[in-house]
Design a protein around this ligand. Structure first.
Ligand SMILES: C[S@@+](CC[C@H](N)C(=O)[O-])C[C@H]1O[C@@H](n2cnc3c(N)ncnc32)[C@H](O)[C@@H]1O
Length: 230
């Protein structure tokens, strides 16, 4: 039992350490441009308070602030939040964005609080049990008619194929990423959509996107959904 607890603690520390190192080593790791998918579907969300879970350097928090939202920007990496704080100063957005260091698995996300929640490219780095936990907390934190945007990796992803050839699965569709010092979860076809069966699905897409740097492509599932009233 103690061994299992120690392994879980180390996994949490490593996840944070991996991202801290990543954010310290580059100027702006994920760039400043928001996902075009989010831009397409943002019109469905009511303006109000938004939560950007795993905000990184905050490209989406900045985008949402420009679109008229107040944003709680949460990330477990202190170095990510430090970079976001610099951007908030640079773009004079202190009134619109509240940066928070914290782990979405541990902190209280509240109840009926947000008009919009983002989980952009965060779930791939969590174990399936933690994905279930964060999604459950997000559903509670959304107001009635509130929207959620999620992007994650699927089993079509090139890294899924590479990992499968070179590694043993840590868990179902989960492999260890030495680069990020954490595990990587790959969604099955339609799995993410099924997790929101009680929501109105505004859009669900699975697509492969080309990248300029390794691994040169990623295969995503993208969801934009609305919490039904009541
Ligand atoms: C690939 S980055 C994506 C950043 C940003 N969402 C974007 O799309 O540009 C994943 C981010 O999720 C954060 N993260 C991972 N697990 C988290 C957790 N349990 N709670 C809060 N942040 C988390 C990481 O620190 C990292 O900044």
């Amino acid at each position: 039992m103690i061994q299992v607890q120690n392994a879980a603690k180390k996994y949490r520390e490593d996840l944070k350490k991996g991202f801290d190192i990543l954010y310290e080593s580059e100027e702006c790791v994920w760039g400043l441009q928001a996902d075009s998918y989010l831009d397409t579907f943002i019109k469905h969300a009511n303006r109000g308070l938004a939560l950007d879970i795993g905000c990184g350097e905050g490209r989406h928090s900045l985008y949402l602030a420009q679109k008229g939202f107040k944003v709680d920007a949460l990330d477990l990496s202190e170095s990510a939040i430090r970079k976001l704080e610099n951007l908030i100063r640079q773009y004079d957005m202190k009134e619109s964005i509240k940066p928070v260091v914290g782990d979405a698995r541990d902190i209280d996300l509240g109840k009926d609080k947000y008009e919009l929640i983002l989980l952009s490219f965060v779930l791939p780095f969590l174990r399936k049990s933690d994905i279930d936990l964060v999604i459950a907390k997000s559903k509670i934190a959304l107001k009635d008619s509130g929207c959620i945007y999620i992007s994650a990796l699927t089993i079509e992803d090139i890294e899924y194929k590479t990992y499968r050839e070179s590694q043993k699965e840590v868990d179902e569709r989960t492999f260890y990423s030495p680069g990020l010092m954490c595990s990587c979860y790959f969604f099955a076809h339609g799995e993410l959509k099924k997790m929101f069966s009680e929501f109105e699905i505004i859009d669900y897409t699975e697509a492969t996107v080309k990248l300029r740097r390794p691994p040169y492509s990623h295969s995503f599932c993208l969801l934009f959904a609305r919490k039904r009233v009541g």
